[in-house]
Write a protein that binds this ligand. Structure first.
Ligand code: SF4
Length: 302
């Protein structure tokens, strides 16, 4: 069990990247088409904001992750490259703009995510729900997953988003209980689990995601997977943490692909219906495949 070092600019950066994290990016015609559409619609994507290694593959498959409610977050997670500060007022036209862009994109699957807006009474739940409703109305051919904040645990906010009817309700635990304070200081482990349990009670397909390589032990990963299964979580993604800059938490360890395979087997044996686990896996990676498997009843609990 390794404690995380305190964050300073002089902190040594992460260890050398192993070969399994070195990828060749091929841009297809579809990729360029999606990129043009996204840039033309002035939408933010997590894909670009986080320089996601899977962007070429996902956009070529016609899926992307749109970020709404601005690019300034009220929180300061130690792994995240999004700006922290005082967000600008919500853009009331954004829900319709996103929905009209989706109609133009005619993508089959979209993940809508957002920064945290703790300064708002409903933490932005109403804005997210309006975006879902308009997207379903204006672009009925696109299936929607939402990756949302913990809404400070407010059950009415979770209900507001669930009632808008996304295909999948996701909220990331990001890491194990012991590392929460350092990795996501404004979040609470049990509060995040509780919001997932609330979404399950609202008849949602529930999903979460964690990163590994921050100093957690395999036993601690087993515990967070068990807690997620107990909360009613169906889908889980597990990926390697990568340090966005020296100002962010260092990588403690590059986890071997064999360990990712073991986590997948373990997670599904604990009752999670599907675990997408691998060094380059991110929250929205192959999201459309997981949702389709759930919808077709192809994923039975262990
Ligand atoms: S709440 Fe989300 S967007 Fe905000 S800093 Fe944390 S991970 Fe980044």
């Amino acid at each position: 069990m390794q404690a995380l070092p305190i964050l300073t600019d002089t902190e040594p950066s992460s260890p050398r990247k192993p070969d399994w994290l070195k990828i060749r990016i091929g841009h297809t015609k579809k990729f360029h088409g999606v990129r043009e559409l996204i840039h033309g619609s002035k939408l933010f994507t997590v894909c670009e904001e986080a320089a996601c290694p899977n962007m070429a593959e996902c956009w070529s498959r016609g899926t992307a992750t749109i970020m709404i409610m601005g690019d300034i977050c009220t929180r300061s997670c130690g792994f995240c490259n999004v700006k922290t500060g005082k967000p600008l007022p919500l853009d009331k036209e954004e829900p319709r703009r996103v929905a009209e862009a989706l109609r133009e994109f005619s993508l089959k699957y979209i993940v809508i995510t957002s920064v945290d807006r703790d300064e708002l009474e409903d933490c932005g739940a109403g804005h997210i729900a309006e975006t879902i409703r308009l997207c379903k109305e204006i672009s009925p051919g696109t299936r929607l997953e939402v990756l949302v904040p913990d809404f400070k645990g407010k059950a009415e906010c979770v209900k507001t988003v669930c009632e808008a009817g996304p295909a999948v309700y996701a909220h990331n635990m990001e890491t194990v209980a012991r590392l929460h304070l350092q990795v996501r200081p404004q979040a609470k482990y049990w509060r995040s689990l509780d919001t997932l349990a609330q979404a399950k009670r609202n008849s949602m397909v529930v999903k979460s995601g964690i990163m590994v390589g921050l100093g957690e032990t395999p036993q601690e990963v087993k515990e967070v997977m068990r807690d997620l299964a107990d909360a009613g979580c169906d889908l889980l993604t597990i990926g390697q943490y990568m340090q966005p800059s020296r100002r962010h938490l260092p990588v403690i360890e590059y986890i071997h692909p064999d360990q990712f395979r073991a986590y997948k087997e373990l997670g599904q044996s604990l009752g999670l219906k599907h675990v997408e686990s691998g060094p380059l896996v991110r929250s929205s990676y192959k999201a459309e495949t997981q949702e389709e498997l759930m919808r077709n009843g192809a994923l039975a609990s262990a």
